[in-house]
Design a binder for this molecule. Structure first.
Ligand code: RP5
Length: 162
């Protein structure tokens, strides 16, 4: 099955974070591809990848990067597919640099920015699924089921309090 979601990241060092987006997609049986593409180390590949993504059947791009995190914004500049940016937690500034680099896009070229780190990557996977779920009943129903399961888990955990 052709990938519908692309999970790209600036470095293999981002994988610890970005794997959480992939876990969600796997749980929801959504076909995806993952790739290291760097805005500053492989800029030509980044542009080519963004330009060709739609024609290859990709519907949503999740892009994670840390530090001076150009990747999500530069990819968004070259495609009108929805781009979800994941700020990876950097060593120097704990990901605040990544967050501000990704979230502060000037009006006109949006990047849907999620939280720093693991929670953000998980939510990026869920958000990609929700975008696909606007036209795919199977995915929408699975997302509903996940919400119900989460709700029940909270209620049960509350019952366990002594
Ligand atoms: C960014 O620089 C990557 O997204 C990564 O978060 C950060 C550090 O990369 P490495 O030096 O670990 O390859 O491009």
């Amino acid at each position: 099955m052709n990938a519908q979601v692309a999970v790209i990241m600036g470095s293999t060092s981002d994988w610890d974070t970005m794997q959480h987006a992939c876990e969600v997609l796997e749980q929801l049986e959504i076909a995806y591809e993952k790739k290291v593409i760097s805005a500053h180390r492989t800029p030509d590949l980044m542009f080519q990848y963004a330009e060709e993504a739609r024609a290859r059947g990709i519907r949503v791009i999740i892009a994670g990067a840390g530090g001076a995190a150009h990747l999500p914004g530069m990819v968004a500049a070259k495609t009108t597919l929805p781009v979800i940016g994941v700020p990876v937690q950097s060593r120097a500034l704990n990901g605040l640099d990544s967050l501000l680099s990704i979230v502060q896009m000037p009006g006109g070229v949006p990047v849907a920015t999620v939280a720093i780190g693991k929670a953000g990557a998980t939510n990026a996977g869920l958000l990609a699924a929700q975008i696909l779920g606007t036209t795919n009943e199977r995915i929408a129903e699975q997302l509903e089921d996940m919400r119900v399961a989460k709700k029940n888990a909270v209620i049960e955990s509350s019952d366990e309090l002594v």
